[in-house]
Ligand binder design. Sequence first.
Ligand SMILES: *[C@@H]1O[C@H](CO)[C@@H](O)[C@H](O)[C@H]1NC(C)=O
Ligand SMILES: *[C@@H]1O[C@H](CO)[C@@H](O)[C@H](O)[C@H]1NC(C)=O
Length: 223
Amino acid sequence: MATRRNSHYRPFPSLIACVVLLLHYSSAQFDHFKLVLTWPHSFCLVYPGKCHRTPLPLNFTIHGLWPDKQKGKTSPCKKYPVSPLNDKNLELRLEESWPDLRRDSKLGFSTIFWKEQWDKHGSCAWPLYNYEKYFLKALEFKDKFDVLGHLVQDSLGPGTSPTVSRNLVNKTISQATTGIPILKCPSNYLTEVVICFKPTGVVVVACPQPPKDPCPNENVNFP
Ligand SMILES: *[C@@H]1O[C@H](CO)[C@@H](O)[C@H](O)[C@H]1NC(C)=O
Ligand SMILES: *[C@@H]1O[C@H](CO)[C@@H](O)[C@H](O)[C@H]1NC(C)=O
């Protein structure tokens, strides 16, 4: 082994530089993505003044895709200039999966909401993800799991009984995703489900649990 030290062994220096660069970008700013899903009916009951969407989607929708760190905070995201998506097909898919519940669907695509989420959160994933790739990633994560379908299958579907067990909801989603979600239940309504992913690929990780449980009661409303 010692003879190696002075040999001419040079393993692909440019490849190593690339990997180092990638590791730098993927680890320095964030180490996981939080896919934050909203249950629209809960959102509208908890925040009636904010809800202006008709008809209300009958599925979880994306609130955001947030680059985050297991420990500590990501630094404020830089606002990188972006050009509009200009891809009708992508916009249609986003409008279905990532609608702005604060605006009526008659007002057209939720472009302002998407840009807001990119400015506030998404741009922290730059340059690993540019504007378009970020939204494609969000859709890929969202479509990886049918959270609603899994809950319905385990008799935890919305509207079936006044309340569901948050422990069972956690169990169903943990099993389906092989990660641990964060559940958020403002006013005791199951309003958001957070699934955490590695920065690249589509691999689920356990979400770091917030110090104060955002869904503290065992029985929660799921309208
Ligand atoms: C809800 O969304 C999931 C994930 O995108 C999808 O697989 C499922 O088919 C949708 N369910 C309904 C009822 O639209
Ligand atoms: C959710 O379920 C996972 C897996 O069973 C468990 O490790 C975790 O402690 C649960 N979280 C809560 C807050 O109950």
